[in-house]
Structures are given as structure tokens and as C-alpha cells.
Design a protein around this ligand. Structure first.
Ligand code: DQA
Length: 143
């Protein structure tokens, strides 16, 4: 199985930003945890991060052309604003996409309760910190 992990803006600042919400595990450590876990499950995985909306759209499209089996995406703030990312997820259907958030977006400001992506994802995992990425891998294994 081949999975692509896509992280949106400011996820590279995890471990530095708002530690009371996102924890103090660094982005680099999270990437390493994801890669180690995927390897232990015999999954080929690529982990990417960008602060630019268009990069996320391009990488979602790439997953289709490069024949990935699924995408794990934390669109970060673009979750709540980006129709372009939602359209890209819709465009590559039936490649399954799981949306993940480190924090519980349903228990924060009202604007975070809206996800333009969620309707086109097979699942949304939120509030489990970086473990959410590992849970998403398990979810793909169980499909
Ligand atoms: C986040 C939640 C978003 O609302 C926020 O803009 C982020 C991170 C999360 O992982 O909890 O940057 O996606």
C-alpha cells in the first residue's frame, strides 16, 4: 500500500506554536513517528508540508496520477476556507482521503467547526494529537 500524507500551513511549526493546543512534539518528530509506524506495517509513505494552498491542490492531484492508494491530509487552516482543496479531493475520487487534525476542531472557535473537505473524505480524525496520523494509517489497513 502506498499512502501520501499532506500537511497544510503552519503544521511545520508544531512543537513551537500554541503548545497548549498542539503539544510539544516537534513536526520533525511527528514525521519520524509516521514513517516508523508505516514501515512497521509495510506501507510505503511520503510526508509533505506546505504553507501554500496550490501546493496542496497539486499534491492531491499527483496522488491520482502517481497511483497512491490513499491520502491522509491535515489541511490546517485551509480546512475552513478552501473550496479548491475540497474540489481536488472530490476530483480524485475514488482515491480515499482521511482528514486529520491534531486538535479537536469541534471544540474550538466556531469558524473551526466548518470543514469544506470533510464531506469528501471517508473519515475525519480529530483531537488525538499526532496519534491521529497513525490511526488514519490503521484505518487504511482496515479498508
Ligand atoms: C489544525 C486545526 C486548524 O483549525 C488549524 O488552523 C491548524 C491545525 C489541527 O491539526 O488541529 O493549523 O488543522
Amino acid at each position: 500500500m502506498k499512502l501520501l500524507v499532506i500537511n497544510g500551513p503552519n503544521i511545520n511549526m508544531i512543537g513551537i506554536r500554541e503548545k497548549s493546543i498542539y503539544g510539544d512534539v516537534s513536526y520533525e518528530e511527528i514525521v519520524s513517528e509516521i514513517k516508523t509506524y508505516a514501515k512497521s506495517k509495510n506501507i510505503e509513505i511520503k510526508v509533505k508540508q506546505s504553507n501554500h494552498e496550490g501546493d496542496l491542490v497539486t499534491w492531491i492531484q499527483d496522488a491520482y496520477f502517481k497511483k497512491y492508494d490513499g491520502i491522509i491530509i491535515n489541511p490546517a487552516a485551509y480546512t475552513h476556507t478552501s473550496i479548491a482543496i475540497a474540489d481536488a479531493i472530490k476530483a480524485i475520487s475514488p482515491i480515499p482521503v482521511i482528514e486529520i487534525h491534531l486538535s479537536d476542531i469541534s471544540d474550538r472557535e466556531d469558524f473551526r467547526k466548518i470543514s469544506y473537505c470533510a464531506p469528501y473524505c471517508i473519515k475525519q480524525i480529530k483531537g488525538f494529537g499526532y496519534k491521529g496520523y497513525l490511526m488514519a494509517i490503521d484505518e487504511f489497513l482496515s479498508l
